[in-house]
Design a protein around this ligand. Structure first.
Ligand code: ATP
Ligand code: MG
Length: 261
């Protein structure tokens, strides 16, 4: 069998990424030779403590952060070789959700979801229909005319997810999207992400500092510390035989949570 026969279909292929930030005279290495490969249609978890470099790493995926060295291949395209216009096209295929939802308070739920579509040549009625369809997908169809302040945290995150899906992305990045939510709401949002992964064949990269989150929906996991991926593999492998001390700590914490429940 040739290499091509066994090649898996990658949504994300980052190779030997370095990012160095300069502050005054000091330079800080935020990403130190990081490589990450995410298979299409999978859910990939990235875990690490604050400052490990998780957000910097996922900002490389849509080139919101340019690396000092390395290669960035997303959905089969070498992003570093693209012109602005082509880059904007790829960025539309990568949706993002965050801890603080980032909804526009002065706009209704429906208008928030329509927002990413405003820059497109699309009729008003088509845009409405698309936003309503997305609202249904996240289970909030009765809330179209509500304002963000009238929603619970979990509901706000559902709206943010719907908005992130407006451009029919192939990849969804979730940067601590459940960190502000209680355990039950976290579980609901994770199940929604799992559902969207299956229904839309959406590749998901999920950042968290809780191993429980990884355990519930991810197939693969990378553990980050000081700008490096110190361990990665399938969730079952890493949970059964964690190699690094930090990984062992995370695995233990997940076991404790399970026991408490
Ligand atoms: N724009 C920037 N300029 C300078 N330093 C930065 C910048 N962005 C991030 N850093 C630094 O890079 C390191 C990694 O930051 P990053 O935000 O990627 O961490 P993180 O793992 O996402 O942390 P958290 O869990 O707190 O979100 C930190 O030391 C941070 O201070
Ligand atoms: Mg972060």
């Amino acid at each position: 069998m040739s290499a091509a026969d066994i090649a898996i279909d990658l949504a994300i292929d980052l190779q030997e990424i370095n990012v160095t930030f300069k502050r005054n005279d000091e330079s800080l290495v935020a990403l130190d030779n990081v490589s990450l490969q995410v298979e299409k249609g999978s859910i990939y978890g990235i875990i690490g403590y604050s400052g490990a470099g998780k957000s910097t790493l996922v900002r490389i995926i849509n080139l919101l952060q340019r690396p000092n060295a390395g290669s960035v291949n997303i959905l089969g395209q070498d992003l570093l070789s693209l012109h602005d216009k082509e880059l904007r096209g790829v960025r539309k295929k990568v949706g993002m959700i965050f801890q603080h939802f980032n909804l526009l308070r002065s706009r209704t739920v429906l208008n928030n979801i329509e927002y990413p579509l405003l820059s497109q040549k699309m009729s008003r009625s088509k845009r409405h229909a698309k936003a309503l369809e997305l609202l249904k997908l996240v289970g909030l169809e009765e809330y179209a005319k509500a304002y963000p302040d009238e929603l619970s945290g979990g509901q706000k995150q559902r709206v943010a997810i719907a908005r992130a899906l407006a451009n029919n992305p192939d990849v969804l990045i979730s940067d601590e999207a459940t960190s502000a939510l209680d355990p039950q709401t976290t579980a609901d949002i994770l199940q929604l992400l799992k559902h969207l992964n299956e229904k839309l064949d959406l590749t998901i990269v999920l950042i968290t500092h809780e191993m429980q989150v990884i355990k519930s929906i991810c197939q693969n996991v990378a553990v980050m510390e000081n700008g490096r991926i110190i361990e990665n593999g399938s969730v079952s492998e890493v949970f059964t035989a964690p190699k690094q001390t930090l990984t062992q700590k995370f695995v233990e914490s997940a076991a404790n949570v399970t026991e408490m429940r």
